[in-house]
Design a protein around this ligand. Structure first.
Ligand code: NCD
Ligand code: ZN
Length: 351
């Protein structure tokens, strides 16, 4: 049970059900940002090359553990990147050996490092059948990539044309529709059976698509799926704060170097890990639902994944919290979500 005295918020230690930790120098810089606030995280496999086999996932998991500061208990939960030619036996073996927690479906070309993704979901029906049988969750980047579908409609079209038919073929498959951005996604997930859930990011709760165009083009507000109209944001806020266990926390923290964002072809992704809990707490407080933050952040995710709840706690303090303009190491510079803003909550500790 969370306790909120006006200036202090303590609740069960949360997990982040969708993160990009990258590799190499970026991993060394960002792993600590996630491990600081979260006990576990579902780690996306869209490295270059992608994580498509058990050996690669095992090695990546070790590199992540080596990047987390000593004394911070953090469990990376690994995912397999599905391709048209993925071997179902490799997926099943990885799950049985405790390496793969879930599989990730990127429609080919949908987002960063998704070129090797799936060109037609029917190509992976064999894997989905095995996953359904063993209860292994499928995590979905829910956007079609057709040039003739408007960028802002790609999630809704995916739900109708790809996801609904897929669930008709595999009604018992556990599915997380990741980083949802639309009213259509909220309605679809709420109306589906208990095996279908969704993650919601801090940034899609915080701003609508106007944020990308305030006085000029704002590359640090660009992510995929792209932010939508205000009525969609309102639907996300209602879902996140409703207490419905189908909706839980997944930041989709997606760091890119400043030079790759402020570019004639800027990368999609928002680095929200440094202010993740502060940002969710702000939304929940604005919606007068702070008492529901713990369920969303710390209970519904583990229950969906069939994992135990974390034992420890986290504490946020109400005080002015100026977000750094940049987080850097050596020549690598990454601009966090809400850079330069003064937030009303500050992360204090994991206890
Ligand atoms: C992610 C990334 O950069 O890897 N970008 C993003 O905008 N969310 C990929 C993804 O999750 O779509
Ligand atoms: Zn992502």
């Amino acid at each position: 049970m969370s306790t909120a005295v006006s200036d202090r918020l303590t609740f069960r230690c949360p997990d982040d059900w969708h993160v990009h930790l990258r590799d190499g120098d970026t991993l060394a810089l960002v792993a600590r940002q996630t491990a600081r606030q979260f006990a576990r995280a579902i780690v996306m496999p869209n490295l270059a090359p992608p994580v498509t086999n058990v050996a690669a996932a095992r090695a990546y998991r070790q590199r992540i553990l080596d990047s987390v500061p000593v004394g911070l208990a953090f469990t990376p939960l690994m995912t397999a990147y599905l391709t048209d030619r993925i071997d179902p036996e490799e997926i099943v073996r990885g799950h049985a050996e405790g390496v793969f927690t879930a599989c990730k479906l990127y429609p080919a070309g949908a987002t960063t490092n998704a070129a090797a993704g799936v060109t037609d979901v029917r190509h992976i029906d064999g894997v989905l059948e095995r996953m359904q049988a063993i209860g292994m969750p499928l995590l979905v980047h829910g956007e079609v990539v057709d040039d003739d579908v408007d960028v802002f409609d790609r999630e809704a079209v995916f739900i109708e044309k790809v996801l609904a038919p897929m669930l008709a073929r595999f009604p018992e498959l556990k599915v997380v529709l990741e980083h949802i951005t639309t009213r259509e996604a909220v309605d679809f997930v709420a109306g589906s059976g208990p095996g279908v859930a969704a993650t919601i990011t801090a940034h899609h709760l915080a701003f609508n698509r106007n944020a990308m165009f305030v006085g000029g083009i704002r590359p640090h507000y660009y992510c995929l799926p792209v932010a939508k109209r205000e009525h969609h944001r309102r639907a996300l806020r209602a879902a996140a704060t409703s207490g419905n266990p189908k909706f839980f926390l997944g930041t989709d923290t997606a760091p890119h170097a400043v030079s790759d964002k402020e570019n004639s072809c800027g990368c999609a992704g928002i680095f929200s890990a440094p202010v993740a809990l502060e940002s969710y707490a702000t939304t929940f407080e604005e919606e007068q639902a702070l008492e529901r933050l713990e369920g969303f952040a710390s209970e519904y995710g583990p229950r969906f994944y069939g994992l135990p709840l974390n034992e420890g706690t986290v504490t946020l303090i109400r005080r002015p919290n100026v977000v750094p303009e940049v987080i850097e190491a050596g020549s690598l510079r990454i601009r966090p979500f809400r850079a330069g803003e003064t937030m009303t909550w500050a992360f204090e500790e994991r206890g």
